[in-house]
Design a protein around this ligand. Structure first.
Ligand code: ADP
Ligand code: MG
Length: 251
């Protein structure tokens, strides 16, 4: 198994005419129906759209968790279609971070152990202070020994972000990261994601149905029926909500 080569000039993530069909025979669903886009380095993109419009499928295909039916996904210029399962797993581990709505922490492990887990899976010993620094970065230096059930939802999501960032991924994907959080806690998590973009040049792609969350992004992509139906260069929550409403009226 070889280490992935990446082209520094390439976009962190690029999708070329990506389609994803589910099912077979007459019951096929086109979850994605030809999406072409690139996510630029050091930017935050919000992906919005009605339920079932293909947001999660887009993220899963872009992250190499799911394989497109047709079209191509490139991460750092490397086409995922040509990789076998082992190479794809390695690329995901080294280049991709993913955060879920339900946090998905391992309940038996402490915050520090959860953050360390990706390194262990990669058979890499953390450098001294590496895990502590990752927890400090998300404001949880004093929670290292707490288990998930001893942490609030917002704290658990911040641990999940630290875990996703420990491998310094080219891109961090987040699928409704604030979907299970109240408004105040959501703001803490969104500010953290925004901070990763502004201070570290992290590339972030986040699915949300909340215009207030999308207002943190530099770019808002609106999906409908598996296609990019509209797009705006960021903006306030009201402007974003207006465009969402217009999309739903058309549909
Ligand atoms: P969203 O995240 O925007 O709500 P999804 O990407 O989850 O939408 O789903 C898009 C469409 O694809 C929906 O019609 C959904 O039912 C279908 N779909 C998603 N995943 C699967 C799957 N594993 N098997 C069958 N259909 C799926
Ligand atoms: Mg979804």
């Amino acid at each position: 198994m070889t280490t992935q080569r990446t082209n520094p000039a390439a976009a962190p993530v690029e999708l070329r005419s990506v389609t994803r069909h589910y099912g077979d025979g007459g019951q096929t669903v086109a979850a994605l129906a030809g999406v072409t886009t690139a996510f630029r380095a050091g930017t935050m993109t919000a992906v919005m759209g009605p339920s079932g419009s293909g947001k999660s499928t887009l993220l899963h295909c872009a992250a190499g968790i799911d394989r497109p039916t047709a079209g191509e996904v490139l991460i750092g210029g490397t086409g995922l279609g040509g990789l076998d399962e082992d190479a794809l797993t390695l690329l995901r581990r080294e280049r991709v971070g993913f955060v879920f709505q339900a946090f998905n922490l391992v309940s038996a492990l402490t915050a520090a152990q959860n953050v360390e887990l990706p390194l262990r899976l990669a058979r890499r010993r953390p450098a001294a202070g590496e895990v502590a620094a990752a927890l400090a970065e998300v404001g949880l230096a004093d929670r290292a020994d707490h288990r998930p059930n001893e942490l609030s939802g917002g704290q658990q999501q911040r641990v999940a972000i630290a875990r996703a960032m420990i491998s310094r991924p080219a891109v961090l994907f987040a699928d409704e990261p604030t979907g299970a959080l109240d408004a105040r806690t959501s703001r803490t998590v969104l500010r953290l994601l925004r901070d990763l973009v502004d201070r570290r040049g992290q590339t972030v792609v986040m699915v949300t149905h909340d215009p207030a969350a999308a207002a943190y992004a530099d770019r808002v992509m609106l999906l409908a029926d598996g296609r990019i139906a509209d797009e705006l260069p960021g903006g306030g929550a009201e402007a974003i909500a207006g465009r969402m409403a217009a999309l739903e009226v058309r549909a």
